[in-house]
Design a protein around this ligand. Structure first.
Ligand SMILES: [Ca+2]
Ligand SMILES: [Ca+2]
Ligand SMILES: [Ca+2]
Ligand SMILES: [Ca+2]
Length: 188
């Protein structure tokens, strides 16, 4: 906040508020130095004084116009509960969390915003993201799927190797005619 004031006569205030997204709101107030009820403070006044600054919200959905203008996926109308980036956080929740409502993984670390918020990670810092790397390997006619121990968030995600049986001969023959990629043909 920036301000200029005096203890008598006319005063002029410049108030500037900046939220975490860089949106700026500013009001200029001038006139006598008055208390909330209009009573002059006069020479007895001492600060601080507090003013509420409301950013414009034309569609009354809780997200200021300046925020909506920064994110193209937000529409004119109440879309506070919508989730256009499919990360399980509503637009209003993303506004509150300073995450990008149009990008599911705001920090680009591989773990989406909803997952991070639910599990206490920072959706604005890619260094704490968790990812699951799945490997597919061929073992004779079988395909082995696995992922590393401890790579998930709970005990279900322990080391697992699954074996998928090869397709029946009739299907395998049709696939052989359409493609030479056995992994794709098995639709893993
Ligand atoms: Ca709005
Ligand atoms: Ca979302
Ligand atoms: Ca992330
Ligand atoms: Ca993160």
């Amino acid at each position: 906040m920036a301000g200029r004031t005096g203890f008598e006569g006319n005063i002029e205030y410049f108030l500037q508020a900046v939220d975490n997204n860089g949106n700026v709101g500013m009001v200029t107030l001038s006139g006598q130095d008055l208390a909330e009820g209009g009573t002059p403070y006069g020479s007895t006044w001492s600060g601080p004084k507090t003013y509420g600054i409301t950013l414009g919200d034309s569609d009354s959905d809780g997200m200021p116009d300046a925020y909506e203008a920064q994110h193209a996926c937000l529409v004119n109308g109440n879309d506070s509960a919508a989730d256009p980036d499919y990360d399980t956080l509503s637009n209003l929740q993303e506004f509150g969390a300073d995450t990008n409502p149009c990008v599911g993984d705001s920090d680009g670390g591989g773990d989406n915003d909803g997952s991070e918020k639910t599990r206490g990670r920072n959706p604005l810092n890619k260094n704490d993201d968790k990812q699951l790397t799945i490997t597919v390997a061929r073992n004779g006619n079988n395909r082995l799927i696995g992922w590393p121990v401890g790579s998930g968030d709970n005990s279900v995600m322990t080391a697992i190797t699954s074996s998928i049986a090869p397709p029946p001969p009739s299907l395998a023959r049709r696939q052989d005619q359409s493609s030479s990629d056995p992994i794709r043909d098995n639709q893993l």
